[in-house]
Design a protein around this ligand. Structure first.
Ligand SMILES: [Zn+2]
Length: 147
C-alpha cells in the first residue's frame, strides 16, 4: 500500500488573527503593508509586518523592505528568496513583542523585539535589536543584532 504523505498544515493569509500577535485581524493589521497597499509609518510597524511576511512565506516583501546598503541585504536574490521560504516553511510563528523603540540619527531608528517561534518543533524564539533606515520616505530594515 502506497504511503500517503501527510500534507503539512500551511498558514494561509485570511481574515483570522494577524500572525504578528497584535490581537487585530490580519486585514486590519499587517496585510496592507505586506500587500504593498500602504507603507508602514514606523519602524515597529515595519518590523511586525516583516514577521508576518515570514509567517506567510512572502519572501518578496522581506527582500523589498531590506536596505540594500545594510548588512542584512544579500547579493544573490534567488538564493536569498529560497532561504527565506525554507525558513518560513520550517517555522511556526506565535507573535512578536516590541520591547523598545529608539530614534537614532536623522532617518535612523532602532527596535528591540522578541520573536516568539518554533522551528522543527523546538523553541527558536530570539531577541534582536534591529536597525532601520528611512530611504526616500520608506522605512527599511538595515541590520540586526541578536541580543
Ligand atoms: Zn500584524
Amino acid at each position: 500500500m502506497a504511503k500517503i504523505k501527510k500534507k503539512r498544515k500551511r498558514r494561509i493569509p485570511g481574515t483570522g488573527p494577524c500572525p504578528c500577535g497584535s490581537g487585530e485581524a490580519y486585514p486590519s493589521c499587517c496585510k496592507p503593508f505586506v500587500d504593498g497597499e500602504e507603507l508602514p509609518q514606523s519602524p515597529a510597524q515595519l518590523m511586525r509586518s516583516r514577521y508576518t511576511a515570514y509567517a506567510f512565506a512572502k519572501a518578496d516583501y522581506i527582500i523589498e523592505t531590506t536596505d540594500p546598503e545594510g548588512s542584512a541585504w544579500e547579493q544573490d536574490i534567488d538564493v536569498w528568496r529560497r532561504r527565506i521560504l525554507k525558513f518560513s516553511r520550517n517555522s511556526e510563528y506565535a507573535g512578536v513583542v516590541i520591547l523598545d523603540e529608539e530614534d537614532g540619527v536623522e532617518g535612523e531608528a532602532f527596535v528591540k523585539f522578541r520573536a516568539v517561534m518554533t522551528a522543527m518543533k523546538k523553541d527558536a524564539s530570539f531577541t534582536e535589536r534591529s536597525r532601520f533606515t528611512r530611504v526616500d520616505g520608506r522605512w527599511l530594515y538595515h541590520s540586526g543584532e541578536i541580543q
